[in-house]
Design a protein around this ligand. Structure first.
Ligand code: NAD
Ligand code: WQD
Length: 400
C-alpha cells in the first residue's frame, strides 16, 4: 500500500492532531509486530513518532519499512524500557505528548518457564516508563493488555467487567500493570490511560512489507499456517478436535493488525483529551474455529493446506471472543477487515522478501540490548543464553 493508501486506511480512526503538538508520541516496542503497524497509522494520522525499542525481538530494517510505507522515518532510540536512566533521558529530551507501550514479552508458555523474566520486563519495564512520563507531566499512556487477563470465560462474549483470573505469569503481568495504571489514574486526576485488551492479532500490512516474524518455529496458529503455505512445514498440527464447539476445534476472536493499529490511534486521541483509566476489548466480536481459519487461509493461498489432528495443547480454552461494544462507544472503533483479508494479508507477508529478511537467524541482529538479556541470563544460569522471541527457540533459564 502506498503512503496515501495507508493514510486512507488509518484516517477513519482519528482526525489529525489539532493545535500545536507538544512532542512526538513515544512508541515503546515500535519495531515489533503490532507496534510497527501502529507507527504507520500514527504517522498517516499526522502524529510524530519516537520509537524506543531494544530490538530484542525485531530488527532495524522495520524502521525502513515503516518509512517506505508512510513516507516518514520515525525517530528511534535503542533502549531497554527497564533502563530507568535511559528512559528518563529519552523522555526528558523528546518530551513526548503520550506513550503507547508495546514493549514486552508475550508468550504464555515461555512465561511459565521464566516467570521472573516476564515480571521484570513486563511489569518492571512498565513502571520505568510510567515514572519517566510522570516526571514530566501527568502521564498519558495507551497500554497493550491482552484478553488473556480474563482466563477461563465464565460467560461469553467477554465484557470488560468479566472477572480477571489470568492463568499464566504472562497474563498476571498484564493484569498487574493494569492495576498499577488504574491506581495512578485514581491518585492523579490529570493522568489518563487506556488499556487495550487485544484478542488474537493476525494479518499484516497490505504492502507485504510489514508483518509478524516470530523467531524460530511459531507457536501461534496464523504464523504456523504461513509456514505450511510457504512450504516450510508440511502440515499443521490441530491441537484437539473434541472441544465443545460446533466442529470440535477451539474458537478465537481474530483481529487484523491494521484494525488493531487503528484502535491505538483512537485510544491515543482519548488519552490526549480524557483523563482517567479506561479499558476496552479489541476484538471483532466474531468467533472463528481452527478449522474455519485453515479453510480461509487455504482459500487465500489457493491450495488446501494439510493438517492432522493431535492432542489438546495444555492450557487452551475452548472458546472465547470479545464483546467490542465498549471500544465502539469509547473509541469509535470497530474491526473493519474480515477473516479473508486477514489470511490474504498474512499470506502475502509470509511469502514476501520482507519476511525472509526478518526471519534470518538472530546472530546478525544482536544488539547491545539483546546482549543485556543474554548477560543477565548468563549471570544467573552460568551459561550464555540469549532470550528467544515469542516463546520460540531456547528460552531463558527458568530459575531467573
Ligand atoms: P513483538 O515481540 O513483535 O514486539 C515487542 C517489541 O518490544 C519488540 O520489537 C521487542 O524488541 C521490544 N522489546 C521487548 N522487550 C523490550 C525491552 N525490555 N525494552 C525495549 N523493547 C523491548 O510483540 P507484539 O506481538 O507486537 O506485541 C506487542 C505488545 O502487545 C506486547 O506487550 C504483547 O504482550 C501485547 N499483546 C500481543 C498479542 C499478540 O498476540 N501479538 C496479544 C495481546 C497482547
Ligand atoms: C489459537 C488456536 C490453538 C497453533 C495466544 C496467547 C494470548 C494472546 C494471543 C498475547 C488455539 C490452535 C495453534 C497450532 C493449533 N497473546 N493451534 N495448532 O493461544 O489463542 O492466544 O496469542 O497476549 O495470550 O495465549 O493463540 O494462535 O496460539 O492459538 O491448533 O500449531 O489455534 O490450540 O486453539 P491463543 P494461538
Amino acid at each position: 500500500m502506498t503512503g496515501a493508501g495507508a493514510s486512507r486506511a488509518c484516517r477513519a480512526a482519528a482526525d489529525p492532531p489539532s493545535g500545536p503538538c507538544q512532542g512526538p508520541v513515544l512508541v515503546t516496542g515500535g519495531t515489533g509486530y503490532i507496534g510497527s503497524h501502529t507507527c504507520v497509522c500514527l504517522q498517516a494520522a499526522g502524529y510524530a513518532v519516537l520509537v524506543v525499542d531494544d530490538l530484542s525481538n525485531s530488527g532495524r530494517g522495520v524502521l525502513d519499512a515503516i518509512a517506505g510505507i508512510s513516507g516518514t522515518m520515525p525517530l528511534f532510540e535503542c533502549a531497554d524500557v527497564r533502563d530507568a536512566e535511559a528512559i528518563d533521558r529519552i523522555v526528558a529530551r523528546h518530551r513526548p505528548v503520550a506513550a503507547i507501550h508495546f514493549a514486552g514479552v508475550k508468550s504464555v508458555a515461555e512465561s511459565s518457564r521464566s516467570p521472573a523474566m516476564y515480571y521484570d520486563i513486563n511489569v518492571g519495564g512498565s513502571l520505568c516508563l510510567l515514572k519517566a512520563m510522570a516526571r514530566q507531566a501527568p502521564p498519558r499512556i495507551v497500554f497493550s493488555s491482552s484478553a488473556t487477563v480474563y482466563g477461563e470465560p465464565e460467560h461469553l462474549p467477554l465484557r470488560e467487567s468479566h472477572p480477571l483470573h489470568p492463568e499464566s505469569a504472562y497474563g498476571r503481568s498484564k493484569m498487574m500493570v493494569e492495576l498499577v495504571l488504574e491506581d495512578v489514574c485514581t491518585a492523579d486526576t490529570g493522568a489518563s490511560v487506556v488499556a487495550l485488551r487485544y484478542f488474537n492479532p493476525v494479518g499484516a500490512h497490505a504492502s507485504g512489507e510489514l508483518g509478524e516474524s516470530p523467531r524460530g518455529i511459531p507457536e501461534n496458529l496464523m504464523p504456523y499456517l504461513g509456514r505450511v503455505a510457504s512450504g516450510l512445514a508440511s502440515r499443521l498440527s490441530v491441537f484437539g478436535d473434541n472441544y465443545p464447539t460446533p466442529d470440535g476445534t477451539c474458537i478465537r476472536d481474530y483481529v487484523h493488525v491494521m484494525d488493531l493499529a487503528a484502535a491505538h490511534v483512537a485510544a491515543l486521541r482519548l488519552v490526549l483529551h480524557a483523563p482517567g483509566f479506561h479499558v476496552a476489548n479489541i476484538g471483532s466480536g466474531t468467533g472463528i474455529s481452527v478449522l474455519e481459519l485453515i479453510d480461509a487461509y487455504s482459500a487465500a493461498c489457493g491450495r488446501a493446506l494439510d493438517y492432522e489432528v493431535v492432542g489438546r495443547r495444555p492450557g487452551d480454552v475452548a472458546c472465547y471472543y470479545a464483546d467490542p461494544t465498549v471500544a465502539r462507544h469509547l473509541l469509535g472503533w470497530t474491526a473493519q477487515r474480515d477473516v479473508h483479508q486477514m489470511c490474504a494479508d498474512a499470506h502475502r507477508y509470509a511469502t514476501s522478501a520482507a519476511a525472509s529478511r526478518a526471519s534470518r537467524p538472530a546472530a546478525g541482529r544482536t544488539t547491545p540490548a539483546a546482549g543485556i538479556h543474554a548477560r543477565r541470563a548468563g549471570r544467573i544460569s552460568g551459561i550464555p543464553v540469549e532470550r528467544a522471541g515469542a516463546g520460540t527457540g531456547p528460552g531463558m533459564d527458568a530459575s531467573l
